[in-house]
Design a protein around this ligand. Structure first.
Ligand SMILES: [Fe+2]
Length: 237
């Protein structure tokens, strides 16, 4: 059933000494850029990711058009016309955005994630998401309920981050609504843009995003990245 190719382990150091020190100085509250060298891994090519998307259960896949405004309401996001495999293989032309959730369900990817995270935080066990987005795709303004490390694998994008725990950027009632099952997209105001920190992500760059730190992304052609998620959640185990 699981026909994904690749050995599933990563032999080299993904994060160098400087990046490991940088992560330690950021974690858990500050966003910060790191360097990585995992962008050429055989499990992370577009073909491998298309096979992964086809192999994962439906509940672990989400994809939709990527040419959306930063502040779009969740109920206004339109539906799909392509399969997940075609969306990923043709990501350069499909004007889409896809996320493969909990890739650690597949043994090769679980080994890859464990190998990767063990370099920076041996006590944490990651969950991994892979995001694949078309040229100029936008990931709307939102926050996530876990710490994230995003590794840019291909193409380039800009991520703008805002401080966690600041009601100016995410009102208290939005936090409360989220914890009661609401959507993670936040209410955007155009004057926020000048107040955020804009990070340039290219292959080989990674970014640590603290839990509940609001952020949005603007992509350039072929902008898939790997996200290590739920670090805080796993830390509590
Ligand atoms: Fe996010």
């Amino acid at each position: 059933m699981n026909q994904i190719s690749g050995k599933g382990t990563f032999q080299h150091h993904v994060f160098g000494d400087e990046s490991r020190r940088q992560f330690d100085s950021c974690y858990p509250e500050q966003a910060g850029l790191l360097d990585h060298n995992m962008f050429s891994h055989e499990l992370l090519t577009l073909d491998a990711l298309a096979r992964l998307g086809t192999s994962l259960p439906e509940k672990s896949i989400e994809y939709n058009p990527g040419d959306l405004p930063v502040g779009i309401k969740p109920e206004d996001v339109p539906g799909n016309v392509m399969t997940i495999g075609d969306t990923i293989r043709k990501i350069d032309q499909s004007a889409s955005w896809a996320v493969l959730k909990n890739i650690e369900q597949m043994p090769e990817y679980e080994a890859l994630l464990n190998s990767l995270l063990s370099e920076i935080r041996p006590i944490l066990k990651p969950q991994g998401y892979i995001f694949v987005s078309s040229p100029d795709a936008v990931t709307p303004y939102h926050f996530d309920p876990e710490h994230n490390i995003l590794l840019q694998l291909r193409g380039e994008k800009w991520m703008t981050t805002f401080p966690a725990g600041n009601a100016h950027y995410a009102a208290d009632e939005i936090h409360e609504g989220y914890h009661l099952g609401g959507h993670r997209n936040l209410v955007w105001q155009d004057d926020f843009e000048a107040e955020g920190t804009r990070h340039h992500l290219t292959p080989g760059k990674a970014i640590f995003v603290p839990v509940m730190a609001p952020h949005f992304c603007e992509g350039r052609p072929g902008t898939e990245h790997l996200a290590l998620d739920h670090l805080a959640q796993r830390l509590e185990l």
